[in-house]
Design a protein around this ligand. Sequence first.
Ligand SMILES: Nc1ncnc2c1ncn2[C@@H]1O[C@H](COP(=O)(O)OP(=O)(O)O)[C@@H](O)[C@H]1O
Ligand SMILES: [Mg+2]
Length: 165
Amino acid sequence: MQTDADPTTIIRSAGSEPPFVETLARIKEIDVDHELDVYDARRGVHQQAMTLGFKSDQAHYLVTALTELANNIVFHSLGGWVAIHQILESSTDPFALPRTGIRITACDRGPGIRDIEQAKQDGFSTTNSLGCGLSGVARLMDQLDIVSSENGTRVQAVMWARGEL
Ligand SMILES: Nc1ncnc2c1ncn2[C@@H]1O[C@H](COP(=O)(O)OP(=O)(O)O)[C@@H](O)[C@H]1O
Ligand SMILES: [Mg+2]
């Protein structure tokens, strides 16, 4: 399911740091129930990365991370969706450079991850597969945040654009 961009502005401030202003625009949201759904999402994140000026190695890492998270929905959950957001971050500090990022969100309807730290370990799998999906996403992306209960799991992963934009 393709959706229109839906910009949201978030202002966050940590202690004495000058506040950061984040604008989030939703680029794409895709229901994931079968392996075939993953292809559409892969194309979407690659296209967005190139449009935003990410280098091609970063675009490939984003595709890999999204593939792992979407496959986890297919193989370990009752179904869910992935969303791709563009993040434009600026600071009120005039010396801080603005950043562009892509956030991948993968949500599902359960049964959840029992032990998140264990699931993130390289080689850990409850299905006798490679067990390097979540650990790989942690290495490829700049930020990884997982919340999970028996009602579902939400994984959010962010990558910031590097190099010449
Ligand atoms: N969305 C999810 N819902 C439930 N369990 C999950 C989910 N994603 C990952 N897991 C659990 O975390 C483990 C590790 O995931 P991962 O590193 O992708 O390895 P693999 O998919 O090869 O098993 C999985 O075996 C599974 O037990
Ligand atoms: Mg996996």
